[in-house]
Design a protein. Structure first.
Length: 438
């Protein structure tokens, strides 16, 4: 009798655990430096994984599960992934095999349901080494270039289209996603910037994939950006709210704030996009970075003020003053950074505008107008943009010009490759912009 009862209990508990989970769908997001594979699963799963060589593949064994429909395969240009296949194992289990193009490192984790998706099993595939080497190299170059004013460089503006891939951002009433319109806007803005003399844009995100917030800053730094602009579209529960706002990082950034800003909308991106335990260190690190932030904050505020001025030309501005908030993506200690909420995608008429390419062009022109204003105030030394022209009038000498612009005669000689003090009426010389403060 007792024997039977125990048996019965075992049966019940194992049948509860044994609820079969279905793997329903797969999405593949190919980014330049990683590929993310996301399986939709009907509930949490127990999984084991390992990699094999000859040929390279990653195997994921999932307990008590079966395959629904796997209707996606990687594109042929995917850097890491060749194909996905699956088979039943030990009657009730599922084996998924990712066929790879080369040896990789991977991270695997499960995600809780959110507004758009249910439970998910996520595998990130990336290179075994490369990233590290890339990070080290550019820093040395920065020093060299600022020390040599004779070789003038372009100012570099990093444009970050918010969200992407598994993280769609906000969604408009007619179903337009923030991640899509902000990418188009970012591309417009980059085009405009690249047409300007002395300015060059780099896109942090080039198509539909997710990049972690920390890595967005890292990428800007790799490219030695002079300014970082994150582009978003706002959402609010009241569809009547409209207009654009521009943010800089708020000064109050104590570690106790970490929890607070995590809860904030834009920051939750990393959670939506998938954060693993290792990233906890990143969160702490980004709070500590605040301490060295103050220097670039002044520049950030100036950039934001100019951009608002520009935006007022195209439409309604939601907040007339620069806003500040604890956005993780703005936490770059050495690069002035702003975040633009271009419009409210939750407002039906602004959603329509964001979807309109003409309007996006107008808006990116307005932002560009603001940027030009900013770089007149904060032109980094050694950049083409930091120079303005001066035509020598009768009676002027090198030293009176130096005095007028509050710059040393030596610097003037250096910038204009002049050997002595001789200048002639009608001659054009260049003056470094920031040395005068005018
Ligand atoms: Zn956003």
């Amino acid at each position: 009798m007792r024997f039977l009862l125990i048996n019965c209990l075992i049966f019940i508990s194992s049948s509860v655990l044994a609820k079969t989970v279905t793997v329903d769908n797969v999405r593949i997001w190919a980014a330049p430096e990683s590929t993310r594979v996301v399986f939709d699963i009907s509930g949490p799963v127990k999984h084991k994984q390992f990699t094999l060589t000859g040929p390279n593949r990653t195997v994921i064994d999932i307990k008590n599960s079966r395959i629904g429909k796997i209707n996606n395969q990687p594109k042929s240009q995917d850097k890491y992934l060749k194909g996905i296949r699956s088979a039943t194992r030990d009657k009730n289990d599922l084996r998924i095999v990712l066929d790879l193009k080369k040896p990789i490192k991977y991270k695997i984790f499960q995600l809780q349901p959110n507004k758009r998706y249910g439970y998910r099993l996520v595998i990130d595939l990336f290179d075994t080494e490369i990233r590290q080497a890339k990070k080290e190299e550019p820093r040395k170059k920065i020093k060299k270039e600022t020390q040599r004013p004779a070789k003038l460089r372009d100012v570099i503006i990093a444009i970050d289209a918010g969200h992407g891939g598994e993280d769609p951002g906000a969604r408009g009433p007619s179903g337009i996603y923030e991640k899509d319109v902000v990418l188009k806007l970012a591309k417009n803005l980059a085009k405009g910037i690249n047409k300007e003399r002395g300015m060059r844009a780099i896109l942090i995100r080039e198509s539909d994939y997710y990049i972690k917030l920390r890595n967005r800053i890292e990428k800007a730094r790799e490219h030695k950006a002079d300014l970082f602009i994150s582009i978003h579209a706002d959402a609010f529960r009241d569809p009547r709210v409209s207009g654009s706002s521009v943010y800089v990082l708020s000064k109050k950034g104590a570690s106790s704030e970490a929890a607070k800003w995590l809860a904030e909308k834009e920051n939750s991106s990393d959670l939506v996009g998938g954060v693993s335990l290792e990233d906890k260190d990143d969160l702490v690190a980004s709070v500590l970075l605040d301490l060295s932030q103050t220097a670039s904050l002044e520049a950030s505020i100036d950039a934001a003020t100019h951009v608002i001025k520009g935006l007022r030309k195209v439409g309604k501005v939601h907040k007339r003053n620069v806003q500040s908030a604890q956005f993780a993506v703005l936490k770059s200690p050495d690069i002035p950074s702003i975040l633009i909420e271009t419009a409210f995608i939750s407002n039906p008429s602004e959603e329509k505008k964001l979807a309109d390419s003409n309007y996006r062009k107008k808006m990116s022109n307005a932002i560009l107008y603001g940027l030009k204003g900013y770089f007149r105030d904060f032109a980094p030394e050694g950049t083409l943009i930091s120079l303005r022209k001066h035509i020598i009038k009768r009676g002027e000498t090198l030293s009176t010009i130096a005095q007028r612009y509050q710059i040393s005669a030596n610097k003037l000689r250096e910038y204009n490759s002049l050997k002595g003090d001789l200048v002639r009426t009608g001659q054009t010389i260049v003056i470094p912009r920031n040395s005068s403060g005018t």
